[in-house]
Design a protein around this ligand. Structure first.
Ligand code: AMP
Length: 508
């Protein structure tokens, strides 16, 4: 029988039942408890009609209970569909419509969202509704659900994408196997669970850590508001591994919240999902000489990450690019031109990914899937990332930007990422993003910059423009500016560029 993600967790529960598996807000859950509770919930899911291949939607904030639910869904041979409980209702309703789950698991804290969601999707009956923290709270459930109340799982209470990308056990298991070996993950690891559960990076947090017998410390979603909160979390939990999107690290460094030789237990710091600005990395590497730093690159469609680069030494300058490195075991990266031919080393092309991490595609969207999952002349399946990259003379891959971040403005070809890189070098800038807005005229795109100054920095568009003009040609200087306290983030914690674009377009 093929190896399924839950098997390694069960093996750990057999081996060290009393070891701590999950920690959040001071509450702990052992492997034995995780195993028993997920078995119970899996049986209840089966009893409520869930069958192999059915979807089970999880309307659950991040918590040890939610991890129990994820493992239980897998044990019931079903597919978990993690919903972002803070998403706007129409988006949640669309996800429910398109994934057509057999069951929705909720908890009392989100009963109001569950009620709204069921009201917004009346044609989705019958749908079993399960409450994983006790009997159903008051609500309009009776007429809608052939549901169950998970009073059995009650004990848990006190212990503790517009488009769905289909990610299989094998996809995650391959990445986890590679990462467990490469990072030497083991039972003495205490790792961060920073990514939201609807972000594919969380699969590495969960199955990487628990499969290795380590402790997963779930980071409360609102934690990062104060710049010192994350450093304190790492110190207090004596974490050995931190894994997150870079924006959080940038924030922490800009506020100078990491002390020299901080986090004595930390062994590795990993990031994925965006470029980590080199000045931020240099600060972290100088302050944390005992830590190894690894850049992971990859889209959800190729599961967690497809390439990696552990930075061997502190980059010499602030504009040294950090490679996305070499493919993880079983993966391939290719740099291809518009005709899908390989481009010579050093030249920029579009990044394609092949290998064991590739998703089967988008849930019930064959056309959208066919547009980006393509086959080469040799019959190899490739995912077209929409990222621009190059292979360096050192044999490593470099991320250069997005296909759509290269714009034409007044006839010049401009890479928006270059402007952002220049902004990141300015110490008074805490966060910045550059987007292009179509002007509809012959000028092409207008370059728009949103920025948040570092605390106390009297940064105006005029002074910022002057600072940029010292390093960039005039045609690359943004034409529009917006000063914000913090930049908007999407549900995955990345800078929400579409929202910024819309805001600039609305004030054109
Ligand atoms: P998502 O599917 O939300 O994880 O987004 C995937 C996209 O994030 C990729 O196609 C890249 O554009 C970007 N990305 C992921 N990892 C990195 C990285 N290490 N460096 C730069 N960009 C990245």
């Amino acid at each position: 029988m093929s190896r399924l993600l839950q098997h390694a967790l069960t093996a750990q529960a057999d081996r060290r039942p009393e070891a701590v598996a999950l920690v959040m807000d001071g509450a702990r859950m052992t492997y034995a408890h995780l195993e028993a509770a997920s078995n119970r919930l899996a049986r209840m899911l089966r009893a409520s009609g869930v069958q192999r291949g059915d979807r089970v939607a999880l309307l659950l904030p991040k918590s040890p209970r939610a991890i129990v639910a994820i493992v239980a869904v897998l044990k019931a041979d079903a597919i978990y569909v993690p919903l972002d409980t803070t998403s706007p209702l129409p988006r949640l309703a669309r996800m429910l419509q398109s994934t057509a789950p057999r069951c929705l698991l909720a908890e009392a804290g989100v009963a109001a969202v569950a009620a709204d969601l069921l009201a917004a999707t009346p044609e989705r009956a019958p749908l079993a509704l399960g409450w994983i923290d006790g009997p159903p709270p008051p609500g309009p459930w009776a007429s809608r659900s052939a549901g169950f109340s998970a009073t059995d799982v009650e004990a848990l209470a006190d212990t503790v994408l517009d488009t769905g990308v289909v990610i299989s056990h094998a996809n995650v298991q391959h990445f986890v196997d590679w990462a467990t070996t490469y990072f030497a993950l083991g039972p003495d690891d205490r790792t961060s669970g920073h990514s939201p559960l609807h972000f594919d990076l969380s699969t590495f947090d969960i199955f990487g850590t628990l499969g290795a017998g380590g402790q997963l410390h779930l980071v409360p979603p609102g934690l990062a508001v104060a710049p010192d909160a994350v450093p304190r979390f790492i110190r207090d939990a004596a974490l050995t591994q931190w894994f997150s999107v870079p924006s959080l690290l940038t924030y922490v460094v800009k506020f100078d919240a990491v002390r020299p030789n901080d986090f004595p237990s930390l062994r590795r710091l990993l990031w994925c999902g965006e470029v980590l600005p080199t000045p931020v990395l240099r600060t972290l590497m100088a302050r944390l000489p005992h830590v190894s730093f690894t850049n992971l690159y990859g889209p959800t469609e190729a599961t967690v990450a497809s390439s990696y680069h552990t930075v061997p030494a502190c980059p010499a300058t602030d504009d040294t690019p950090i490679p996305i490195g070499a493919p993880c075991a079983g993966e391939q990266l290719r740099v291809l031109d518009a005709e899908r031919r390989p481009v010579p080393a050093g030249e920029i092309g579009e990044l394609y990914i092949a290998g064991v991490g590739l998703s089967a595609g988008y849930w019930r969207e064959p056309e959208k899937t066919a547009a980006v999952f393509v086959t080469d002349a040799a019959g190899v399946r490739l995912y077209r990332t929409g990222d621009l990259g190059r292979r360096g003379t050192d044999g490593l891959f470099y991320f250069v930007g997005r296909v759509d971040s290269q714009v034409k403005s007044r006839g010049y070809r401009i890479e928006l990422g270059e402007i952002e890189a220049a902004l990141h070098h300015i110490p008074e800038v805490r966060e910045a993003a550059v987007v292009a807005v179509d002007t509809g005229g012959f000028e092409g795109a207008a370059i728009c910059c949103a920025y948040a100054p570092a605390p106390g920095a009297p940064l105006t568009p005029v002074t910022l423009r002057q600072a940029l003009a010292a390093v960039l040609p005039a045609y690359m200087l943004p034409a529009r500016w917006r000063r914000l306290d913090t930049l908007p983030k999407n549900a995955n914690g990345k800078i929400d560029r579409p929202a910024l674009r819309a805001a600039f377009a609305a004030t054109a």
